[in-house]
Design a protein around this ligand. Sequence first.
Ligand code: NAD
Ligand code: 5JK
Length: 440
Amino acid sequence: MPVEHRVAARGRLRARVVGVVAGRVSVPGMGQEGEGGASGRGRCVGWPALDERRGPLQASLGTLGQRLQPGMADSAQAQKLVYLVTGGCGFLGEHVVRMLLQREPRLGELRVFDRHLGPWLEELKTGPVRVTAIQGDVTEAHEVAAAVAGAHVVIHTAGLVDVFGRASPETIHEVNVQGTRNVIEACVQTGTRFLVYTSSMEVVGPNTKGHPFYRGNEDTLYEAVHRHPYPCSKALAERLVLEANGREVHGGLPLVTCALRPTGIYGEGHQIMRDFYRQGLRLGGWLFRAIPASVEHGRVYVGNVAWMHVLAARELERRAALMGGQVYFCYDGSPYKSYEDFNMEFLGPCGLQLVGARPLLPYWLLVFLAALNALLQWLLRPLVLYAPLLNPYTLAVANTTFTVSTDKAQRHFGYEPLFSWEDSRTRTILWVQAAGSFAQ
Ligand SMILES: NC(=O)c1ccc[n+]([C@@H]2O[C@H](COP(=O)([O-])OP(=O)(O)OC[C@H]3O[C@@H](n4cnc5c(N)ncnc54)[C@H](O)[C@@H]3O)[C@@H](O)[C@H]2O)c1
Ligand SMILES: CC(C)CCC[C@@H](C)[C@H]1CC[C@H]2[C@@H]3[C@H](O)C=C4C[C@@H](O)CC[C@]4(C)[C@H]3CC[C@]12C
């Protein structure tokens, strides 16, 4: 039951303000310092240039790693801020929302904007922070502008994450690129000065040539060539965000933007992990190795990604000159492993086994099956949506080493992972077990 219905944003409001609920605030953490960096821009093959197109976490975040740091009492007294999280009901978005409520002392109001609002928002009604749920679409400029109006900080995490061919390339572009453009223009029009964008490692790679990116950082040279609509859209959107840094917003002050690039995110709410678990259960507890164990795939815990967003958003004002227009890979202490071996860190304790020290099928056969899946998807599209996990793109991503090793976010805004690998692993295992039992 939505709590208190009211219109929260000014202007031509068509986004539905579904309810206002209040959440809990607890304590923060922080660090410091500076320098410049590169942004790693890619080329999208087969996509128009930018200018041509206009167009179940509960209290789990609460106790671990909380540190009271110098200056916190002061900042808690300071001006209360309005934050907007787009995509706030998604896998990452929910963690960002909960993290803000728990660890951002200057939070006065939290607006959660999403196409599909989660019922869990209701639980947030008991604390002192007003939480405003706004049902809206980032592709609708007026809905975005209405939600942004009066916000101090926007964390733009809404996106269409589709590497399986469920959505059309046009839709992916519309949501990820035009949606981001709408967010930027809304900031400019309404005078919102701070924008944190959730980008992706895929803005850099893996590229279509299968070149390894081994322990790379934000300055590592890499041939970023994108063909798939999803990485293309993320690269274009990231460019828009970085280029918008310094634009004058309503009121005359400059917009300050930065982009965070998570690798593959895992943790509570990760649907692909849940799918692998269910598939393993269906196969009697077995999963079969498809990718060589030597291919490393970068992964990062969702709680740490959320924490990095909160810190970046908090520090953008004070460190505008340093952080504005910058990109940061999202990293933590998760081990470097192959995609499948990493998943087994969670699925193993849930009773699954990965069969084979080496891939059971030759690589050429996987390539063939992936191509067959792509063909079937195309043939069946008029009749039914066929979107299996294996396709030429997901095979290429899973089969290409892509790992990051960097401390840029630590140097620029004091980021340290909030959750250790052990915590991240335990939390994820508990979630997979719970998600698995719901599936029975
Ligand atoms: N999952 C990953 O491994 C990963 C890795 C790197 C980057 N990212 C990025 O992180 C962000 C969040 O990804 P996620 O994994 O949480 O995905 P998700 O699908 O769980 O969340 C995305 C959210 O955006 C919302 N959304 C989609 N289209 C919208 C629209 N038109 N208007 C308003 N809201 C809309 C969805 O309803 C959803 O709640 C995305 O921008 C994605 O590109 C994800
Ligand atoms: C070959 C099969 C046996 C295994 C297929 C696994 C495949 C579905 C996985 C492998 C790597 C995964 C991607 C990777 O973790 C990073 C990202 C970036 C993010 O922005 C969106 C999700 C995505 C593309 C993951 C999707 C699922 C992938 C391809």
